[in-house]
Design a protein around this ligand. Structure first.
Ligand SMILES: O=P(O)(O)OC[C@@]1(O)O[C@H](CO)[C@@H](O)[C@@H]1O
Length: 396
């Protein structure tokens, strides 16, 4: 039998002697280098970022993602026969923000779209103030949407870095304490490409760094889309690759992880996959992917719902929290569709349905809040029932 041995050698820098110890000159250089490094964030800024991040993921609470772009609102309003104009969008968001204060038992923060951030209720009070009075932190979507990555097989990156620092500074002055930036990656033949993973990781890291400089906690969202017929294992493999690249880029950009949150997809099979998986399978694949890639310094992970029904999103989050593996981060929600489907289906644009629609939001927020503690017992189906909220080609 032939025994093959491989040995890798790395030449030490010339200042490290053969015993492996750094010579005086090398250690001095290291010291000089580190003491001259500009401080990334002041101690006060770090403290503030940690406080915001930990308040957002406090046990049993999660984030309401109400940051749908104008184009996304068209998809919500069209089936109800509602015109997608500024006033209808304001009336709809007013429902989300002006219900009972009890909402703040389950919702710690709301992500706004720019237009909504500067809107007011019927009495002239800004939505931001209304939420702050309820103890809910206002957040803001700062990316400017997906754009094609030329030369790839239909892949995208996300734009919005121009003037981001100035915009963050203004949003901070106007009350925002956290932000969101979404990148979307597709699974398919040869997808996502290395280029797409590298580009989206880098843009997320650059965004995160700019937010932190302005006192804003960045929610980092590299969404692996659920379009396709891939199985659970494929989604886990790709999610791990994407998250590993994301954290490498965050490290390279010196992002202060303790002052960030991650908003990933749960690991699920593609919507067209023939095989059906149990919540326990989804929980195992999701927690394993996170254990392998997300540093414990990250305080919390708030999942997107990605087209799951409201009930699935509760049940799967519950299974994730019940999964007995190592989980050094809070595991909660930052849902859009899975918090709003029943609200929309109840409201249908009629003023007489506003209070019933607000009750639907409260009921679903309570269910997700219980799931974030691993205490959801099921049975909170709302007006939208267990209806899948998946939309193909959701490129926004
Ligand atoms: O998947 P969901 O839970 O419906 O939405 C997740 C989300 O990141 O994607 C949407 C589109 O950017 C945003 O409105 C929302 O914040």
């Amino acid at each position: 039998m032939v025994e093959l041995k491989f040995r890798c050698t790395v030449n030490p820098p010339s200042d490290i002697n053969n015993s492996g110890k750094a010579s005086k000159k090398f250690s001095e250089n290291l010291f000089i280098y580190s003491s001259n490094m500009p401080q990334y964030l002041s101690a006060d800024k770090e403290k503030e970022l940690i406080e915001t991040a930990t308040t957002l993921i406090v046990k049993g609470k999660g984030v309401l993602a109400a940051d749908e772009s104008t184009a996304s609102m068209l998809k919500h309003f069209q089936p109800l026969g509602l015109e997608n104009n500024e006033e209808n969008r304001r009336l709809y968001r007013q429902i989300l923000f002006t219900g009972s204060k009890e909402l703040s038992n389950y919702i710690s923060g709301v992500i706004f779209f720019h237009e909504t951030f500067y809107q007011y209720d019927n009495n002239g009070k800004s939505f931001r103030e209304i939420l702050k009075d309820k103890g809910i932190i206002p957040g803001i979507k700062v990316d400017k949407g997906l754009v094609p990555l030329a030369g790839t097989n239909g892949e995208n990156t996300t734009q919005g870095l121009d003037n981001l620092s100035e915009r963050c500074a203004q949003y901070y002055r106007d009350g925002a304490r956290f932000a969101k930036w979404r990148c979307a990656l597709k699974i398919g033949d040869g997808l996502p490409s290395e280029l797409c993973i590298r580009e989206t990781s880098n843009v997320l890291a650059r965004y995160a760094s700019i937010c932190q400089q302005n006192g804003i906690v960045p929610i980092v969202e590299p969404e692996v889309l659920s379009e396709g017929d891939h199985d659970l294992e494929t989604c886990q493999y790709i999610t791990e690759k994407v998250l590993a690249a994301t954290y490498k880029a965050l490290n390279e950009h010196h992002v202060f992880l303790e002052g960030t949150l991650l908003k990933p997809n749960m690991v699920t099979a593609g919507f067209d996959c023939k095989k059906k998986y149990k919540p326990e399978d989804i929980a195992r694949a999701t927690v394993t992917a996170l254990q392998r890639t997300v540093p414990p310094a990250v305080p919390g992970i708030c999942f997107l719902s990605g087209g799951q029904s409201e009930e699935e999103a509760s049940i799967n989050l519950n299974a994730i929290n019940q999964y007995p593996g190592k989980k050094p981060w809070a595991l909660t929600f930052s849902y859009g569709r899975a918090l709003q489907a029943s609200v929309l289906a109840t409201w249908v644009g009629r003023p007489e349905n506003v209070s019933a629609a607000q009750n639907q939001l409260l009921k679903r927020a309570q269910a997700h809040g219980a799931a974030a503690k691993g205490e959801y017992k099921g049975g909170a189906s709302g007006t939208a029932g267990g209806q899948s909220l998946f939309e193909a080609n959701r490129n926004y």
